[in-house]
Write a protein that binds this ligand. Structure first.
Ligand SMILES: *Cc1c(COP(=O)(O)O)cnc(C)c1O
Length: 650
């Protein structure tokens, strides 16, 4: 099914000069950037990660330059770097794909997509999507009262749809009907039959004819992690019997014309095109059969599910998808057209609620490495004085004796003596000094073995643990829970890579840890074209030199699903565009949350906090622990700290 070969990264900028052959030239392959980057990302000749927000090779922003530039304006990592132009490109790609398919297959109807704002409700994101979608009549989807209020306050064209999903109370219904009174196409989608009575009641009271949709429970299911969102046991949707019952109610009230949309949604990130086709065919039949029986529904809404190829493998694996946006549009248009022809009914206006595919690419989280943990000091050499426990001497002999030929045997010996070292320590036979020597010798032996392993074509399975154990833990200034929550919650993979030094061969293998004190605050699974990698190749870290990592494709859900674990708040945001003359423009800087802000979410108010501090200071002054002047300066420290960023700032 996947037709296009991986897109080659756009040509490098002439400004940076041709690539010299002695530089490390495989970063593209190592980090898979040509496979997942979709033309939005490339690597410059001087080893920086470039973003091409318009997918044109000659227009780019250099992420390292952006980070350096905003540092002068008080914005430090972690920061979300947001590219509105990528949103616009994505909106165009989706709408043009449907436009092309409609033309190609001679479909006698339109496409009227909506953006489901739960995927990213940030105002800049929604505004950019509306602007880019204006010429296509692209609308919005809302799933709650606040989302509906946000959607209704936007300046959308008269042909745009506003679809609503999720459970609704009377206030929700009133807002939607007010939207209809304002001349907007707000469609209330029934998730349950019981909602119909309530909608009709409120509509009657207000004297408005509602626009109603029905969410159908399909037999077809999605694939990947969201397979349970569809199928017969799905949380939302009407069974066939319930749909017929709803139609009877509407008929009896002479309001059948209010039923304008048939909707289904089989889940997010559908990785397998066959699952999508199954759902389209089933939904198409439901539409056509209703139409034949005189229920003329105008819109057929196919929901979300359009995937993102996070790992670039173009497969049906969880982090990937085995089809393109164009193939998706083709399948929708072609199949609905065939079914309608077969059943001799007019074709519907097609609607999709694609959120992930429209927003994923547009933002990158950049942060700095703070430290490397778990690293045994490489420069410490062990010299034996003859008084050590015998097991230390054994480890010393193993270390000294490692060769390419005996590495298997050496590895097993090293493991065995390490075990013995700890057993003897627990029994009291080994001193702390000896334990330290033994540990260093064990890791030194492993390091030697690994160096020999590198000369092999393939790493034998028994050494895979060794690779994992030798991986360093790079501590990064961010919170997994706030900035890439799906990595923690559902093991989703994101492309992660350095933003500089990319023409330097990365000599270390690492896993990542965040700065929360939660042991789950880590990333130990990374994208790979064939498999999942258990570590990430990174460059050696020196504290004197900043080292920045980018977490890419985090624009869908991650920006807005994050939580305040450990009270690490939202990161700073930098809005970036590249103009016609290839100049990088910082459009806006939005400072991240301060200590005061996150504390206020938990109901700690500034005045109360400072009063609490003063109370203790007065006691300390009374006891002559601090002087009056010191107390004032301590209180000042707290005032200043409240306005600080929640992340580390030096
Ligand atoms: C979440 C959701 C979407 C968005 O799905 P994506 O896979 O992100 O495109 C669309 N429709 C409904 C009803 C949803 O709940």
């Amino acid at each position: 099914m996947p037709t296009a070969s991986p897109k080659k990264s756009p040509s490098r900028s002439a400004r940076k000069g041709p690539r010299t052959p002695d530089r490390f030239a495989e970063a593209e392959e190592l980090y898979g950037i040509d496979a997942w980057g979709k033309g939005f990302f490339s690597i410059s000749d001087d080893g920086h990660l470039l973003v091409h927000p318009t997918r044109e090779g000659h227009r780019f922003a250099d992420l390292k330059d952006v980070v350096d530039e905003v540092a002068g304006r008080g914005i430090t990592p972690p920061m979300i770097i947001r590219f509105p132009q990528i949103l616009a490109s994505s909106v165009r790609e989706l709408n043009d794909a449907f436009g092309k398919a409609i033309k190609e297959f001679g479909y006698d109807g339109d496409y009227r997509g909506v953006f489901p704002i739960k995927v990213n409700q940030k105002k800049v994101v929604v505004h950019e999507i509306i602007e880019a979608g204006r010429k296509y009549g692209y609308g919005l989807e809302a799933g709650s009262k606040p989302e509906l209020i946000a959607a209704l306050s936007q300046d959308l064209g008269p042909e745009c749809l506003i679809t609503t999903n999720g459970y609704k109370d009377e206030a929700f219904i009133r807002l939607a009907l007010d939207g209809v009174r304002m001349g907007r196409n707000v469609i209330l989608t029934l998730e349950k039959v019981s909602e119909l009575e309530r909608i009709l009641e409120v509509a009657k009271k207000r004297g408005v004819r509602p626009l109603i949709g029905m969410r159908a429970k399909l037999y077809a299911r999605g694939s990947g992690k969201w397979a349970k969102s569809g199928g017969e046991a799905a949380k939302f949707g009407l069974t066939t019997t319930e749909m017929l019952a709803a139609i009877e109610i509407l008929k009896a009230k002479r309001m059948l014309d209010c039923l304008v949309m048939l909707h289904f949604h089989i889940g997010s990130q559908i990785t397998d095109i066959r699952k999508i086709k199954d759902a389209i065919r089933e939904a198409g039949r439901v539409y056509a059969k209703l139409s034949r029986s005189g229920v003329e529904v105008r819109y057929l809404n196919l929901g979300g599910g359009l995937g993102v190829d996070y790992d670039g493998s173009k497969t049906s694996f969880d982090s990937s998808m085995n089809y393109t946006v164009q193939e998706y549009a083709n399948d929708v248009v072609y199949n609905i057209k065939s079914i309608c022809e077969d059943e001799k009914v007019p074709v519907p206006t097609l609607v999709t609620e694609s959120g992930r595919a429209v927003t994923a690419y547009h933002s990158v989280l950049v942060s700095n490495v703070l430290d490397v943990a778990d690293k045994i000091e490489q420069d410490k050499t062990v010299t034996l004085n003859g008084d050590e426990n015998h097991v230390v001497r054994e480890l010393y002999d193993v270390f000294k004796g490692v060769t390419a030929k005996n590495m298997r045997e050496s590895y097993h010996d090293a493991l065995q003596y390490k075990e013995e070292l700890f057993t003897l320590f627990n029994l009291g036979y080994v001193s702390l000094e000896d334990r330290s020597k033994g540990e260093i010798l064990f890791w030194d032996a492993c390091d030697r073995i690994r160096r020999h392993l590198k000369t092999l074509k393939e790493i034998p399975e028994e050494f895979e643990d060794l690779e994992r154990e030798l991986a360093d833990k790079y501590v990064v200034n961010f919170s997994v829970f706030q900035s890439v929550p799906d990595s923690w919650a559902i093991d989703q993979l994101f492309p992660i890579m350095p933003i500089h030094r990319l023409r330097e061969k990365p000599g270390e293998i690492a896993t990542l840890a965040d700065i929360t004190c939660d042991s789950d605050g880590k990333i130990e699974k990374f994208i790979d074209l064939r498999d999942i990698k258990e570590f990430l190749p990174l460059h050696s870290f020196k504290r004197s030199q900043p080292y920045y990592l980018a977490f890419c494709l985090v624009g869908a859900y991650q920006d807005v699903l994050g939580d305040l674990h450990n009270l690490f708040g939202e990161a700073h945001e930098v809005l970036v565009a590249v103009d016609d003359e290839n100049r990088t423009r910082i459009l806006d800087l939005l400072p991240g949350e301060t200590c005061e802000r996150v504390l206020s979410y938990m109901n700690y108010e500034r005045a109360e906090i400072l009063e609490g501090i003063w109370k203790q200071l007065r006691k300390a002054v009374d006891k002559d622990r601090v002087r009056e002047a010191e107390a004032k300066s301590i209180a000042k420290d707290f005032e200043v700290a409240l306005s600080h960023y929640t992340y580390l700032e030096e």
